[in-house]
Design a protein around this ligand. Sequence first.
Ligand SMILES: Cc1cc2nc3c(=O)[nH]c(=O)nc-3n(C[C@H](O)[C@H](O)[C@H](O)COP(=O)(O)OP(=O)(O)OC[C@H]3O[C@@H](n4cnc5c(N)ncnc54)[C@H](O)[C@@H]3O)c2cc1C
Ligand SMILES: Cc1cc2nc3c(=O)[nH]c(=O)nc-3n(C[C@H](O)[C@H](O)[C@H](O)COP(=O)(O)O)c2cc1C
Length: 763
Amino acid sequence: MRAAVLGGGPGGLNFAISLKLRDASHDVLVVERNKPDDTFGWGVVLSDETLGNLHTNDPVSSKAIRDSFVYWDDIAVHYRGVVMRSGGHGFSGIGRKRLLNILQDRARSLGVKIEFETEAAPVDSYKDFDIVVGADGVNSRVRAAYADAFKPDIDVRACKYIWLGTHQKFDDAFTFIFEETEHGWIWVHAYQFDADTATFIVECSEETWRRAGFDRMNIEETIAACEKIFARNLGGHKLMSNARHLRGSAWLNFNRVLCERWSHKNIVLLGDAAATAHFSVGSGSKLAMESAIALASYLDSEPDITSAFRRYEEERRLEVLRLQNAARNSTEWFEDVERYFDLDPVQFNYSLLTRSQRISHENLRQRDPQWLSGAEKWFEQRATGHVPNLARPPMFVPFRVRGVELANRVCVSPMAQYRAKDGTPNEWHFVHYAERAKGGAGLVFTEMTCVSPEGRISPGCTGLYAPEHAGAWRRIVEFVHAETDAKIAIQLGHSGAKGSTQLGWEESDAPLESGNWPVLAPSAVPWSAQNQMPREMTRADMDLIREQFVRSAEMAALIGFDWLELHYAHGYLMSSFITPITNRRTDEYGGTLENRMRFPLEVFRAVRKVWPDEKPISVRISAHDWVAPDGVRPQNAVEIARLLREAGVDLIDVSAGQTSTRARPVYGRMFQTPFSDRIRNEAGVATLAVGNIYEPDHVNSILMAGRADLVCLARPHLSDPYWTLHAAAELRYDGMKWPKPYWPGRDQLYRLKSRSEAMTGKV
Ligand SMILES: Cc1cc2nc3c(=O)[nH]c(=O)nc-3n(C[C@H](O)[C@H](O)[C@H](O)COP(=O)(O)OP(=O)(O)OC[C@H]3O[C@@H](n4cnc5c(N)ncnc54)[C@H](O)[C@@H]3O)c2cc1C
Ligand SMILES: Cc1cc2nc3c(=O)[nH]c(=O)nc-3n(C[C@H](O)[C@H](O)[C@H](O)COP(=O)(O)O)c2cc1C
């Protein structure tokens, strides 16, 4: 086979080597515009896993790479005058130039022809070659020339960065330095890559960059300014640039590249040309080199080029996507970092270490148990005021708000049971809530309990508007208080245009087959074409509904509920005031966000007046309508939360969606938690996170990183009412209070866990 490789970076060179290793008779040409020693950029980070893959492919070059590596284990974070250091992270670095020289030598020794200082010609000039590999980096011309086939998607990210080097030593840790300047925060990613040189990437927001005047500086001026800002960390050493080839100041925005296809006819894209990963997860070279190996082996094993390209793309696309997801989380963390500058250094550090969501709480325990235990102690001390002898996982740390203390931070999320008759809870509800309260969660929410018969979602919904409702709820609340440590919250709501619909397991949100009741909404906008047209509410309707909420809140207070939540999410009445999709009013209750919030805030204030001072009120909102471009988006949710906080709401329960049939949600693990993070840290209000959170590790990571104050789990509590007790056993935390009659079950569970630990040697 004759292969023309356009671009001699880590991707192109490793491909050339890999192809030759598989069959020495292949004729491989690499075309590279630079000289062999003429490399830009500084050090490259590779993981142990990548080194293993390189070794299996080519022990010769991988040995040379390994021999040139600088290893380090710690991550150090300089922030607000404190240096925090955690270990067990295991990185290795090599100079980009050294890496390329090793690969060039190896390629040449295998008979690869490399033409340096040669600009690649248009692809059709390589007619004599069987394949053309576009390994020409992030600004690939090959990709651009066939953009119609590859369909690239290039996302220019928000931050500005510049890749510098220094002889200052950062040889004991991968180092992040955050420095507050008069123009804003500027930070550095620094790591050693040979005996006397380290990479020093400076990054900041575009606004800070402009305010600091970097947009008007040449490279020398930029370097001088950075040396001044980071003088304390540079110990008198200079900063250096080797990017003199770049026009202007050498500051860049990171380009996230995706391509719909990686091959076209006999042309194939490789490395940064096909897909990039942000430098903050340090994996661009890894991706390029591992993809190169995959491409060469499929060309060797598959019967023809087309199927080789297909297999290559199938295999690598998955891995690339996985890394790009992590890289996106990490990129966004740095783009949003100003949100975290109010966090305590311990929590800031934790948030930074877990930013890509690839590293969880228990991963950190494995990496550096001592550091994690210190962080857990800090978390507990902040909540309780006492320094514990033994750290406990964050989910088991009590939470206090007003006069209420929750024993731990796990909540049973509100879940409609559709089992009531005329709004009255019955034996089903008693057993259901009693079981969940026995299961160890700190707070158990009731399902959405409706403030009037017309405010019910379905005929099976519970209510709190009649004396028999109060009696049934009181029985449940008294059991929870008498027999468990859990607190119990009532969620009050009104269904609005989503009312008069079928039970959850029938056709959800569809009208009843018979016996429908008329529905109300801020505007005459039906939930869907098959739902009834709601009547637009008058001011008199608003007065009535506000008073219904007040009446139910008064009843809940008398019953002895510990906590009240107002359901302002999921398209029900209050939510349909908040979102512009369903609120089309032209009076003072529609239009701007302030207007749309007017009635929901009025209801909250009226409820707050009758709800006991020592008890909290949370409000559940939909932080994202998932309807572009007109729906509520997370940035609007911050404003909604701010208005609620200013009115006196204690916590925001951050859910999302279910506000429009046009919604296109993006699901995933913990998919709504970023909205909680944003609201908590931008609006400065305590939050509950919810949505596809199902492992103890998720809960601990969310709490410890300050992404929420409490965590709600819904479906996991349907399959396991004792989720919290089981999580404690899983984490070997023995501070949970089990119901006395269940002690033998507890003892057996812990014994079995210890035994299986001993057998697997996990102690
Ligand atoms: C300037 C620069 C500096 C970098 N520094 C670092 C760093 O210090 N640390 C790190 O971890 N990552 C760094 N990266 C990112 C990382 O190196 C990439 O993710 C990785 O190199 C991808 O490998 P690649 O082979 O796909 O692309 P590249 O390494 O970008 O290689 C592409 C090669 O193609 C050549 N080329 C491009 N167009 C043409 C053309 N028309 N004709 C001939 N040759 C062409 C380029 O000169 C280059 O050598 C840097 C990237 C760049 C572009
Ligand atoms: C059966 C069921 C009923 C629900 N009913 C309510 C409800 O009454 N009020 C509410 O705010 N959310 C309700 N939800 C949403 C959950 O509280 C939660 O936000 C959602 O299920 C995501 O959490 P999970 O991934 O832990 O299940 C319900 C969810 C389920 C599965």
